[in-house]
Write a protein that binds this ligand. Structure first.
Ligand code: MN
Ligand code: MN
Length: 252
């Protein structure tokens, strides 16, 4: 069950309202990588989780994200306040000015409605935890960009708090995944096909305009890796070498 405490998780103070920045903040309110998406993703994953220990983790972090939603919504409202009465400020977000009367709603900065399609919920705990680690990384980078676009110290302090918590969550989800003791590439029950799984398909040929060669790195070289010429190109090459080469008719 949920219980509301009449206090923000982080006390929000700002200097001058900046309506355009208030609009940008909506990315973290009703956007794809925002706080509602995080709260719903972890809470619904938690609801589906049969592992009581990791369920507790998912519910705890899901609940904290709801508290973040409250903080970022409060911050956005402060910046959007001039929209209520100032025609120029209303240009920063006509949807909020006209339909919302200056109040925030579950839209992103472009006015797209929040959608459950943002959520990654697979019912497979380790797969969900991987999604959550990536979700936290995205939330972190969005906060960082928001911080880069404001000079208001109170706003920066609030965003720094929220950004930091996303790294905390990333650490917790990573530790939870590692503690499951699953080998790194073991997903689900059916093993991948031996041999094929270690083949890196070189799906490009030639040198790019800026001299880009076929790159080698730990993603295709060393260990079990085997670099294989692209399947499509293999066919082309063998046709070229054979008697029925595609150019043969033309030459004759
Ligand atoms: Mn958050
Ligand atoms: Mn988080």
């Amino acid at each position: 069950m949920y219980h509301h405490i009449k206090q923000l998780m982080y006390t929000v103070r700002i200097g001058q309202p900046d309506p355009r920045f208030g609009n940008m903040l909506l990315e973290q309110f009703g956007g794809a990588n925002g706080e509602l998406a995080a709260a719903m993703q972890y809470s619904v994953q938690g609801l589906n989780c049969d592992d009581p220990e990791r369920k507790d983790l998912l519910m705890d972090i899901g609940t904290e994200e709801l508290s973040h939603l409250e903080v970022v919504g409060t911050l956005a409202r402060m910046h959007l306040k001039p929209l209520k009465s100032d025609r120029n400020a209303a240009h920063a977000d006509p949807l909020i000015a006209i339909a919302g009367g200056g109040g925030v709603n579950l839209y992103n900065s472009m006015g797209d409605p929040w959608t459950a399609d943002y959520l990654k919920i697979t019912g497979e705990l380790d797969v969900d935890l991987r999604s959550n680690i990536a979700a936290e990384a995205r939330a972190k980078i969005v906060y960082e960009r928001l911080i880069d676009f404001t000079d208001d110290q109170g706003t920066i302090d609030t965003l720094q708090f929220l950004m930091t918590r996303e790294i905390t969550h990333m650490k917790a989800f990573t530790a939870a995944l590692e503690s499951m003791g699953k080998p790194a590439f073991s997903i689900g029950k059916i093993p991948p096909t031996p041999g094929l799984v270690d083949q890196y398909f070189n799906d490009s040929t030639g040198i790019g305009d800026r001299g880009e060669p076929d790159a080698l790195g730990p993603w295709n070289q060393g260990g079990d890796w085997q670099i294989v010429t692209a399947p499509a190109f293999q066919e082309f090459e063998s046709e070229k070498a054979g008697t029925r080469s595609p150019g043969a008719d033309k030459a004759a």
